[in-house]
Write a protein that binds this ligand. Structure first.
Ligand SMILES: Cc1cc2nc3c(=O)[nH]c(=O)nc-3n(C[C@H](O)[C@H](O)[C@H](O)COP(=O)(O)O)c2cc1C
Length: 238
């Protein structure tokens, strides 16, 4: 699979079939992902991969908390700013519409969307999950490093015919995750990631993307000239 195909075919898959992933496949992916870049090569990721009985136990414990309506664990980081400004607010509601209308859930049907979201804590049926932690005292740039690492994993998974779904949702049950993983002291759980073979019968709508000119600005001699012309600057003198 070429890089473009891997990037384009990666998407958040939210239903997996019950088929185990050979351990050597997961090891191959995680070994290759160690080549992800990071500032000063500090490799600030701490990854736990869970399968089999420990994963079943995690799903069971998390599921119990969901059913009991347990309060979420207190936040260790803000997933989103409390008031999201434009254009992020609109993009977020467009995503909500895409995600839930694919499941036949009407906009604003909070209960039905919560029920669908609760599949997060069953890892959408995936046979493997990965949990990525970062040291509490590292900064924003290292969190960005972790993002690059996770995307590297997701692309490599595509190369193995596997799909994934990154899940910040796990951070709200981080104490249950910690009961199973016993992470070392000083770590914050950034997210989980469900990994498996896609259930191709599951309905979904491919999420859209903002047009390129909303998020990318090319600054080259052509664009500078256009700006100068628009401002009325002298092309010779400036
Ligand atoms: C850091 C991060 C956390 C995410 N957390 C969740 C989550 O908790 N549950 C979920 O269903 N999807 C989650 N997603 C998936 C996003 O909703 C998804 O990537 C986005 O809507 C774009 O869609 P696509 O990945 O299918 O292209 C997360 C993605 C990222 C990158």
């Amino acid at each position: 699979m070429d890089v473009y195909e891997a990037v384009k075919s990666r998407r958040a898959v939210r239903r997996f079939i019950d088929r185990d992933i050979p351990k050597d496949v997961l090891e191959r992916v995680l070994l290759a992902a160690t080549w992800a870049p990071s500032g000063s090569n500090i490799q600030p990721w701490n990854t736990y991969v869970v399968t089999g009985a420990p994963l079943a136990e995690l799903k069971k414990r998390a599921g119990k908390r969901v059913v009991a309506g347990d309060p979420w664990d207190e936040r260790e980081y803000e997933m989103y700013p409390p008031a999201m400004k434009s254009p992020y607010r609109e993009r977020r509601s467009a995503f909500g519409h895409e995600r839930y209308s694919a499941l036949g859930i009407a906009d604003g049907d909070w209960e039905a969307s919560q029920r669908a979201a609760s599949a997060n804590w069953d890892c959408f049926g995936a046979p493997a999950a990965l949990f990525c932690y970062i040291d509490r005292d590292l900064g924003l740039a290292q969190w960005a490093d972790v993002g690059m690492y996770l995307q590297t994993i997701m692309l490599l998974l595509r190369g193995e015919g596997l799909h994934s779904c990154t899940q910040m949702a796990w951070s709200v049950y981080r104490k249950t995750v910690a009961e199973i993983l016993s992470p070392r002291e000083g770590l914050i759980l950034f997210c989980g990631m469900s990994i498996g073979y896609e259930d191709v019968t599951a309905p979904y709508i491919r999420t859209g993307r903002a047009p390129l000119n909303e998020t990318v600005t090319f600054v080259d001699s052509t664009s500078q000239r256009s700006a100068q012309i628009a401002r009325g600057d002298s092309l010779l003198g400036v």
